[in-house]
Design a protein around this ligand. Sequence first.
Ligand code: SAH
Ligand code: SF4
Length: 347
Amino acid sequence: MERSHRLRDIRSLTEEEIADLVKELGQPAFRAKQICEWIFAKQAGSFDEMTNIPKKLREELAARFTFATPTEITKQVSHDGSRKYLLQFADGTSVETVGMPSRNKLSVCVSTQAGCAMGCAFCATGFNGLTRSLTAREIVDQVIHVSRDFGERVTSVVFMGQGEPFVNMDATVEALRILNDPDGMAIGARHLTVSTCGVIPGIRRFAELPEQFTLAISLHSAVQSTRNKLMPGVKKYTLPRLHEAIQQYVEKTGRRPTYEFAMIEGINDTNPEMEALIDFCRGTLCHVNLIPLNDTPASLMKPSPMKKIETLQKRLQMHGVEATIRNSRGNDIDAACGQLKQKHLAR
Ligand code: SAH
Ligand code: SF4
């Protein structure tokens, strides 16, 4: 353990650094290509898996570098086939990750931070604050873990687990690029979705990326006073500023953002709330996802009755706003939106 803190993870090296390393070890250049292939294209989980590399060289690599893949602490399987994992990194920090299979597709929901500092009133993740942000490698390793556990290729990734991706922007962008790399996991940019609670500088930076990554914004209310109460962490990014940043994103990219709207009884399902949401969306390129609030021990709030949710969907559609009702997966194992918690170890 002591050693793993001092040594670098071999997967944090660039291709050039691996080429230099191979030279330094007096090995022929093609070994560098082989090692890179194992690391980047085949997503190897250990030095031992590099079967075309001589054992002696593998041992030399292992003496100089770590291969720190996360440890699976627990795995729960939902009746709908979703699997929720508690994964632990080398320093003992753990996060939750969810794998969601459907027909021949496999979607993964990754965490970008352990915990979250934003403190949304309805979300279990924010309840205990932030432990730390994850590295790009730690975000990607969650996807690899799920892929290996299902024995399938991952077809889409949503950055909707624990944490706020846009306060961990550099690692988020790096992870997106690793997942998108055609020589690596090759997940199409449109199948990589980042969800933000509305951190405007992050939205602006996201708009500048050349790749076609997908953006989702957790809106939850288009009434400022309600939103401030529900999402105190983004108070300073007011609704008019948020609206403007999103319109600039749309103009720049031509892509359609999704608004997530968790419907909470008596809070954001009233008539004035519905009207404010319609006003916020009308005439813009967007898609609204209505989600019945998931129960969390963090709050006493309750989901809106389905009738209200359907009414809002119809009203949005009547005004030309695309809206769908999303049923959360993995509800029975607390793997649904906002149900991911920080520590399960003490239980
Ligand atoms: N921090 C980012 C991404 C992680 S949260 C964000 O907030 O967007 C993923 C999604 O789950 C967000 O849309 C969030 O608002 C939603 N969510 C959180 N708690 C929820 C709950 N109890 N019920 C339904 N959705 C919830
Ligand atoms: Fe953080 Fe998102 Fe949960 Fe808010 S909803 S506390 S931003 S993870």
